[in-house]
Design a protein around this ligand. Structure first.
Ligand SMILES: NC(=O)c1ccc[n+]([C@@H]2O[C@H](COP(=O)([O-])OP(=O)(O)OC[C@H]3O[C@@H](n4cnc5c(N)ncnc54)[C@H](O)[C@@H]3O)[C@@H](O)[C@H]2O)c1
Length: 311
């Protein structure tokens, strides 16, 4: 049994990771300031986890949480492109200074590994599709810059201090516990929550932009496998389903699953949005035997079911 620290563990991806770690009988400490996460995401785990309310920018708080930890799964961040456009200074502070603090305290505590939640947004617009990890990054938003800087810090902590780190570039993750209510909510929870209420959601642009939508269970599996893989330290690795769906296709699929026929509202493209995002996942497959356990369409079904239950 190992002891895990999940930063951002009350958030969407973090709480799904916590659930799987608990199911596997691991020791789990959750560290979260509840700025965008929710305690209700941790309901049902009870005394099996330790919850620490704290800020990743506070060294003293992070240091206390790091005691006795084997593996860090660093998910805490302000995770939204539009939010970073509204408030780049705050997003920079949390995502870059917070990540540096987590790395520094992980190094001082001598943890066995640190897995960092990186983002496909680092690539920006690329001619090459699917995107491979050797493409030169070209961030298009303050958020993407902050996530890329975090990767570079992970890489440098690996090279300079010998801290085993892996950066996982997630591609559009979706699934249960993703917040539909926030002003900065992601596209799938917004579409589902609108359609379930019989309301028309907004599609920014012509809807022909495409994404490699990734059901959260795949990301959870990748995190746990990477934490134990013992190789690839300092590397950036794509984590996705390896598929490509336009927003219009996504919209039709969700309308069919939910059983409604409502025209969406089209609006101006948003700044910072990438046109196409599609991952090559060979590196994750080779390095830690990653495979897609839940494909896109099955993930959509499970997600709609979860929101239908009124969670
Ligand atoms: N959801 C995606 O599609 C996606 C894609 C690429 C990368 N990521 C990355 O994955 C991670 C998790 O994203 P998510 O979608 O679960 O978002 P989320 O907002 O649900 O989770 C982030 C968590 O971090 C916590 N947090 C924020 N600032 C903090 C601080 N200063 N101190 C402590 N905790 C803090 C929040 O309260 C929240 O619980 C983020 O690092 C994000 O950048 C997400």
């Amino acid at each position: 049994m190992a002891k895990y620290l999940v930063t951002g563990g009350a958030g969407f991806i973090g709480s799904n990771i916590v659930g799987e770690l608990v199911a596997r009988g691991e020791d789990v400490v959750v560290f979260d300031d509840l700025s965008t996460g929710h305690e209700k995401n941790l309901e049902g785990f009870g005394s099996e986890i330790e919850f620490i309310k704290g800020d990743i920018r506070r060294s003293d708080e992070v240091r206390a949480a790091m005691r006795g930890i084997d593996h860090v799964l660093h998910q805490a961040a302000l995770a939204s492109v539009p939010r970073s456009i509204d408030d780049p200074v705050l997003v920079n502070d949390v995502n870059i200074n917070g990540t540096l603090t987590v790395l520094e305290e992980a190094k001082n505590a001598g943890v066995k590994s640190l897995v960092y939640a990186a983002s496909s947004s680092a690539y920006g617009e690329t001619e090459q599709l699917p995107k491979t990890e050797d493409i030169l990054p070209h961030p298009l938003s303050p958020y993407a810059v902050t996530k890329l800087v975090g990767e570079y810090y992970c890489s440098v902590y690996s090279q300079v201090y010998g801290l085993p780190t892996i950066s996982m570039r997630y591609f559009n993750v979706f699934g249960p516990k993703q917040d539909p209510a926030s002003q900065y909510a992601a596209v799938i929870p917004i579409f589902i929550s609108h359609l379930l209420k019989g309301k028309a959601p907004t599609i920014y642009g012509d809807g022909k932009q495409s994404r490699d939508f990734t059901y959260v269970k795949n990301v959870v599996n990748a995190n746990i496998a990477a934490s134990k893989c013992g190789k690839a330290s300092g590397q950036m690795i794509n984590v996705a389903c390896g598929g490509k769906y336009t927003l219009n296709e996504l919209y039709s699929m969700l309308s069919r699953l939910i059983g409604v026929d409502i025209d969406p509202v089209y609006a101006e493209t948003r700044p910072g949005d990438v046109k196409h995002s599609h991952a090559d996942i060979t590196m994750a497959e080779d390095l830690f035997d990653y495979s897609v356990e839940v494909p896109f369409e099955e993930g959509l079904k499970r997600t709609v079911d979860w929101y239908r239950k009124g969670a």
